[in-house]
Design a protein around this ligand. Structure first.
Ligand code: DGL
Length: 272
């Protein structure tokens, strides 16, 4: 049965639970919408998967999510998916698609030293889309990239109430600051939606205080703009947390603890 609707339905899509950092931004901005979160848990993590598999899978899972939630707008709250597949996703749906891509533009405004650290998944750091963002908005700046292995998984571990391996955070920070010129980094772009969820852990390991930038607030503003005549004055409501992987107990607990009224499994395998 399709969910009932008296205000806009926003579908937040991610490979896992990183989309919750974007949901936090929607709540913070008090968007008068109903939010659904779809995690492709059956194929997590995206950041270490081949592009050929993702380019087929991502649009299919998103289409199934739009159908299941009667979404009016979808946020591709995954830099790894957005930098690869936004065009394909847009070509396959009529509703507005908001992509989440590395926040190079605000970082270039904020840096004083001219050196920006870009922390993302191993896939996102190598994408032509990322090269284009740096060429368009990072002119005259040094952008030092690091593809962090296991960091999105560490965020999931933390969400599940367990203690992530501290070496993962250490390796992420060193991957930036140990590069040539790394000692002048003063702004770090968290270019994976999982990373704001472990910003505190990263902050304590940075050799000195830096400015951390993520895309959450900008995505909330863009969503508000696109839905401006349809939202109401009420607070953001969290309707359902969907997963593709037959959500295990821990995932359901996280989604319900976060405030989603229900959890649901979305069967996509037959469509792939
Ligand atoms: N949250 C995703 C992103 O923004 C990636 C996590 C993963 O590797 O699946 O890039």
């Amino acid at each position: 049965m399709k969910p009932l609707k008296n205000r806009p339905h926003v579908l937040v899509f991610d490979s896992g639970l990183g989309g919750l950092s974007v949901v936090n931004a929607l709540i913070h901005s008090r968007l008068g919408v109903d939010v659904f979160h779809l995690a492709d848990t059956a194929f997590f993590p995206y950041g270490e998967k081949p592009d050929e598999a993702l380019i087929l899978r991502v649009p299919t899972v998103i289409r199934a999510g739009i159908e299941a939630t009667s979404a009016d707008l979808v946020i591709v709250a995954c830099n790894t998916a957005s930098t690869l597949a936004l065009d394909v996703v847009r070509a396959q749906t009529q509703i507005p698609v908001v992509g989440v891509v590395p926040a190079i533009k605000p970082a270039a405004v904020l840096t004083r030293t001219g050196t920006i650290g870009l922390l993302a998944t191993p896939k996102t750091v190598t994408r032509p889309y990322t090269d284009q963002l740096i060429a368009a908005f990072g002119a005259g700046k040094a952008v030092l990239r690091h593809g962090a292995v296991g960091l999105a998984g560490a965020a999931e571990t933390k969400l599940a109430g367990e203690t992530p391996d501290p070496h993962i955070f250490d390796a992420a920070i060193r991957g930036l600051f140990d590069q040539k010129g790394g000692e002048t980094i003063d702004v770090i772009v968290l270019a994976c939606t999982h990373y704001p969820l472990v910003q505190a852990e990263l902050e304590t390991l940075a050799p000195y205080p830096v400015t951390w930038v993520d895309s959450g607030a900008a995505i909330a503003r863009r969503t508000a703009h696109l839905l401006q005549n349809q939202m109401d004055q009420g607070p953001t409501a969290l309707r359902s947390g969907l997963t593709t992987g037959g959500a295990d107990e821990a995932t359901r607990r996280v989604l319900q603890g976060f405030g989603f009224q229900t959890t649901q499994t979305l069967n996509v395998e037959s469509q792939l």
